[in-house]
Design a protein around this ligand. Structure first.
Ligand SMILES: NC(=O)c1ccc[n+]([C@@H]2O[C@H](COP(=O)([O-])OP(=O)(O)OC[C@H]3O[C@@H](n4cnc5c(N)ncnc54)[C@H](OP(=O)(O)O)[C@@H]3O)[C@@H](O)[C@H]2O)c1
Length: 324
């Protein structure tokens, strides 16, 4: 296989997707013939393309229920790689991604597909029922397609699962810096587990569980560079940092210069937080905390094939930037 050259990013207007697109555009000056398109359900007249670092990617309208329409666009642009950064309500998310894959498989130039993972590993996070279980069927299908297209004389096909941990930028929510909004990149501020602004933390379990996190900007860069690898493994992990909740507490207390008021939450207490809307952010966060408490996050390291190319910011540097 060879590096990706003609890449479609579905959901490239989104929180994480936009970082992926910008990082890909940053590669344009050094990667000849790189062509990026962004798939979106709607185009605003004033925003028909994404421009970054002197390069642009057109935003092209798609209907995720119309596979032949998506196929035509991928054909027209001779796309070889599809990266999904889709999200949306839990019940439509899998359908949209599966339709995207169905369309891609009909396009002869397509040889790579990355589904929308971009978090803790959906295949170990059994407790995140609303969203992450919805990420599993497409992975199963991708494995079957890859196996079916691995024989001699058959155009080969690769997929990869980008596992990045949670967005580290959440840990800058409420920071006191005048440029504090910049901490979030294209993500919104949201306090997860730690509320450094108010000096509190709600830690799942006994605090021994691992918290895996990466900066959203590093996620974009990692994925962009991954497109330039000759071979895609089935999983590529990015580990900005990974430490126990208690270790994070100690690090934060040292940087903030004050003790945090910490509540340890049992699984039963976290279950009580689940509300009636399965797609709500409250529910997803509560389920992710239960997943942490159950030890479903496994220790990992940044994918060896990229660790000398992408140097993610670690937690200490990140916290010092925004809290000291
Ligand atoms: N690691 C973490 O902490 C973390 C945090 C958040 C999300 N994530 C993961 O990252 C991925 C992307 O999340 P995100 O927050 O970046 O997503 P997002 O910005 O909420 O949505 C991404 C894009 O999906 C498209 N979309 C929204 N609803 C849709 C629907 N019903 N049907 C089809 N497309 C729809 C939208 O694009 P258009 O409107 O342009 O079509 C949107 O820009 C997901 O897999 C999510 O689980 C991880």
């Amino acid at each position: 296989m060879s590096p990706s050259q003609r890449i479609a990013v579905a959901g490239g207007t989104g929180h994480i997707g936009l970082h992926i697109v910008e990082s890909l555009l940053s590669l344009s000056p050094t990667v000849p013939f790189l062509h990026i398109i962004v798939l979106s359900r709607s185009i605003k007249p004033e925003k028909s393309k994404i421009t970054f670092a002197g390069s642009s990617a057109p935003i092209i309208a798609v209907d995720y229920n119309d596979t032949s329409g998506i196929e035509s666009i991928l054909r027209e642009h001779n796309i070889d790689t599809v990266i999904s950064a889709l999200y949306g309500d839990a019940d439509v998310f899998d359908i949209a991604q599966q339709n995207l894959l169905t369309a891609a498989l009909n396009v002869p130039t397509i040889r790579r597909f990355a589904p929308s993972e971009l978090s803790i590993d959906s295949e170990t996070a059994d407790s995140v029922t609303m969203y992450y279980l919805k990420k599993r069927p497409i992975l199963q299908r991708l494995r079957e397609i890859q196996a079916a297209r691995s024989g001699p004389g058959i155009p080969s096909f690769e997929y990869t699962k980008f596992v990045t941990g949670l967005v580290m930028n959440y840990l800058a929510s409420g920071n006191p810096k005048s440029s504090g909004e910049d901490a979030h990149g294209h993500m919104f501020a949201h306090k997860v587990i730690f509320d450094f602004e108010n000096g509190t933390a709600e830690i799942p379990g006994d605090g021994q569980a691992l918290f895996w996190m990466s900066r959203i900007q590093d996620m974009g860069e990692f994925i962009a560079h991954a497109t330039q690898l000759d071979v895609w493994p089935e999983q590529m992990d990015l580990v900005g940092d990974m430490r126990s909740m208690n270790e994070i507490r100690a690090l934060a207390e040292a940087i903030l210069g004050k003790k945090l008021d910490v509540t340890y939450l049992s699984e039963e207490e976290l279950q009580l937080r689940l509300g009636p809307n399965p797609s709500s952010l409250t529910n997803v966060v509560a389920e992710v905390m239960i997943s942490f408490a159950r030890g479903e996050v496994k220790r990992s390291e940044t994918y060896a094939g990229l660790k000398d190319i992408v140097k993610p910011v670690g937690l200490e540097q990140f916290l010092r930037t925004w809290w000291s």
